[in-house]
Design a protein around this ligand. Structure first.
Ligand SMILES: Cc1cc2nc3c(=O)[nH]c(=O)nc-3n(C[C@H](O)[C@H](O)[C@H](O)COP(=O)(O)O)c2cc1C
Length: 331
């Protein structure tokens, strides 16, 4: 009998209950959001991308990104780098946070990052990924994963050669965001590249699990991606923004159960819970402002919610949120 699509996963010495993860999302996957994702069933969560440079300089904002949610028994820290010069120093500062795994970002398309040679620009430099993985493994003994794209652009679709370079360094897991850097986030991700990478890794005799990312918007998309590609697991990204319960919903679908959408009252409770986690973490005013993009995502697709959205754009106190969200149950 073939293995069920939802199953435990082993990444070197790290064993996880399941194979449905929360992807790293700069500006979103902070401690409050990761707390909700854990409550919502994420089997592993990733920090926002953390600069090796910033870390080695002990930058306060950089160190704050490493904080762990109380619900994260295990968590992965994602690093971005353009050279290995300050890597050992950064790793020494990272180790006291006891991450369960270190991930290397080779996918970020933002020019500020790529112009330094980091993020997706690393795909032009396979020698660097081999060296970075090797150093991280030697220095920390932790599992190391690499998150890559198909390539820099259509003329350079080198995901197999780049994955090989990562495996040469000893990478314990690969996650492919099935787009090139030049495709940005536009539809549609090329899921067939996930199947190709999985076959490549297996045929090479490697045990490193292959995870997929790209266009996982609805809970049912996890089942589709796993079934269509044969990969080992999936990472929800934009599909978790505005729905941190997506992980348990995806698991329910994989068990053959029906998923009932949240009622308006449940949605209201969820938004307030998110806000309260944000207030505990950032303080009231900063939390109310940072919560705006999340609220917009929670309310996306809810008919007649524009007046609530407008009120929330002005909100700087918890009570403003409560007042505005009162209307949600009557929609
Ligand atoms: C706002 C935003 C921030 C992101 N930040 C990161 C990041 O810090 N590190 C990373 O590897 N990928 C990052 N990504 C990429 C996602 O992890 C994911 O691979 C991508 O969104 C494709 O999945 P999706 O189409 O299901 O959203 C980001 C994506 C978005 C939309």
């Amino acid at each position: 009998m073939s293995e069920p699509l939802y199953h435990p996963i082993t990444i070197q010495n790290l064993t996880l209950d399941g194979n449905i993860f929360l992807a790293p999302l700069a500006g979103y996957t902070d401690v409050p959001f990761r707390t909700l994702a854990k409550e919502g069933g994420a089997d592993l969560t990733f920090t926002e991308m953390v600069s090796v440079e910033g870390l080695s300089r002990e930058g306060e904002k950089t160190l704050a990104l490493l904080e762990r949610s109380p619900l994260e028994e295990q968590y992965a820290v994602q690093l971005f780098l353009y050279s290995t010069e300050s890597l050992s120093q950064a790793l020494d500062l990272l180790l006291p946070f006891s991450p369960s795994m270190i991930d290397i970002n080779c996918g970020c398309p933002v020019p500020k990052v790529t112009k330094t040679g980091a993020g997706s620009a690393m795909m032009k430099n396979p020698a660097l990924i081999t060296e970075a993985v090797r150093i991280i493994k030697e220095r920390t003994g932790l599992p190391v994963s690499v998150k890559l794209r198909i390539g820099w652009d259509q003329g350079s679709r080198n995901y197999l050669a780049f994955s090989q370079a990562a495996l040469d360094g000893g990478a314990d897991m690969l996650t492919l965001h099935a787009r090139t850097r030049s495709q940005g986030y536009a539809p549609w991700a090329e899921w067939e590249t996930l199947a190709t990478l999985k076959r490549y890794v297996t045929d090479g005799g490697y045990t490193a699990p292959v995870f997929g990312s790209g266009d996982l918007f609805e809970p049912v998309d996890a089942q589709r991606m796993l079934a269509e590609t044969g990969i080992d697991g999936v990472m929800f990204a934009r599909g978790a923004i505005g729905n941190p319960m997506v992980f348990n919903q995806a698991k329910a679908i994989l068990r053959g159960e029906e998923v009932v959408p949240l009622s308006r009252r449940e949605l209201q409770t969820l938004i307030i819970r998110h806000l309260d986690l944000m207030i505990a973490h950032y303080g009231e005013e900063a939390a109310c402002k940072a919560m705006r993009k999340h609220s917009a995502a929670y309310l996306k697709g809810i008919g007649h919610s524009s007046s609530i959205k407008q009120a929330l754009v002005q909100a700087v106190r918890r009570e403003h949120y409560l007042t505005a969200l009162n209307a949600l149950v009557d929609l």
